[in-house]
Design a protein around this ligand. Sequence first.
Ligand code: BEZ
Length: 240
Amino acid sequence: MTLTPLLIHECHLKIWELSAKKMPGLTIGDTIPDLQVETTHGRINLHHFCADGWTILFSHPGDFTPVCTTELGKMAQYSKEFYQRGVKLLGLSCDDLQSHNEWIKDIEAYTPGAKVNYPIIADRNREIIKQLNMVDPDEKDSDGNLPSRALHIVGPDMKIKLSFLYPATTGRNMDEVLRVIESLQKASKFKVATPANWKPGDPVVISPGVTNEQAKEMFNQGFETVDLPSKKEYLRFTKV
Ligand code: BEZ
């Protein structure tokens, strides 16, 4: 068999697809790779960008696509809320910078008042999405797999604290992104966790590793222990 350039290209795509399917990938607890990336705000070093604060790094399948246009507009609309909480935003798609810059005009027109003031990475070769575990194994174009709607929240220690992985057909809810940021920040500050359906302002639960004696010292405001059939005093609510 003669290896034509087309055949070689198809072999590369197949290998790429297989590795995308099997890849365990970057996940919570992992340190974000120290990559140099091209963005709409110039070249960025990921460790430099993520140092000393919180970062939301989020990908989307492609420029000039409907759900993505609504998502990036909403992200821009919420950006003030994120910045007030010490959180930086960094988007990604596999189109090039010229396309991103053209697309930003549509995003801002669709979401009036929203300014896309966060950088968007251009991952033309789809190498960055592999390293950041942002590949959608099911969405493809003629160049291979597209990014999924992945979202990593990176903590000040450069480690992934939370990840969402949504398919192309499901747009993300920025209220939920804000809610989980508040939860992560509370848990990093106090020995607490947030229960099911928690919203900012609701009571939080005291972490299981904290004894009642320690809890009395830590939470001057007091706490309430739920009386459960087991009589194990592990469900304790407080306000922080
Ligand atoms: C969208 O953004 O609307 C989209 C992108 C890729 C596949 C499906 C939907």
